[in-house]
Design a binder for this molecule. Sequence first.
Ligand SMILES: C/C=C/C(=O)SCCNC(=O)CCNC(=O)[C@H](O)C(C)(C)COP(=O)(O)OP(=O)(O)OC[C@H]1O[C@@H](n2cnc3c(N)ncnc32)[C@H](O)[C@@H]1OP(=O)(O)O
Length: 286
Amino acid sequence: MPIDPERLLNWPFEDLEHTYTARDTILYALGLGLGADPLDEAQLRFVYEENLAALPTMAVVLGYPGFWVKDPATGVDWKKVLHGEQGLEVFKPLPAEGTVIGRTRVTGIIDKGAGKGALLLSDRDVIDKKSGDLLCRVSGTSFLRGDGGFGGSSGPAPAPHAMPERAPDLSVSIPTLPQAALIYRLSGDYNPLHADPKVAAAGGFKAPILHGLCTYGVAGRALLQAVGGSKPESLRRMDVRFTSPVYPGETIVTEIWKGEGGAVSFRAKVAERDVVVLNNGRAEFG
Ligand SMILES: C/C=C/C(=O)SCCNC(=O)CCNC(=O)[C@H](O)C(C)(C)COP(=O)(O)OP(=O)(O)OC[C@H]1O[C@@H](n2cnc3c(N)ncnc32)[C@H](O)[C@@H]1OP(=O)(O)O
């Protein structure tokens, strides 16, 4: 049965209250592999309760409504869904612990055609419950590989950021753990694609793949270290397209081009296979 775009556009998300503790903040950072060097104090700040800070990319797991397209009422062929793009706009630094409200909405459905797929665009505001302040806006595109050709609008889709043609200015290499997806999922994304070999095979993969948002967080780590002076409050924005899956245990090399006024372009490759896994990345620091 084809998906019904009106139904998805009006999906009845309720505000989601999410209380997170220092332990959750540390677990998120461990899922990105932080703390591998016990003498690195810049990393310790995100994995040790003393003077703990939250990584800015942790916003992507806060107030998250879960893998809601798995609900049969969506009509989505959920085993074929891949994360296509991710954006984050930061208005206030995340507290190391607290209670937030996640307010999600679907903002667009684009038909790429039968056999190609459909894009589902959504936004989530992450609001501090106590002050009512908007902390950040998280935006995502899901690529629904099994749901193209439903007869909907074919665009326009947001244009990906144009990358510089010269060689990168900086490069940061970060290994992931073989069990990285199994740790990362404990931050709230329990999609079995990242844990269950049978579900991974049904999606066309040889093994469970890493969460796109884990790769995103690893690239965020690299950017923070190379451009943001390891100061979590320095990241203002981070947008990227996922171009190929990463398998847990692979090494993610983030390449960075310096731009004007605190902006950078970036992409990431898997070192072992020389495949670009993130592309068209743009981040702002201030
Ligand atoms: C629930 C899952 C959670 C996860 O975490 S999954 C893990 C993270 N995500 C990934 O690993 C996905 C990696 N990306 C891919 O595997 C591929 O990349 C895609 C399957 C998403 C698309 O590849 P292809 O079907 O070969 O696309 P095309 O033929 O190059 O382009 C078709 C149209 O789709 C647009 N497009 C391509 N990639 C993306 C993307 N990643 N996000 C949004 N749009 C995309 C293009 O521009 C073009 O559009 P136009 O037909 O209008 O020219």
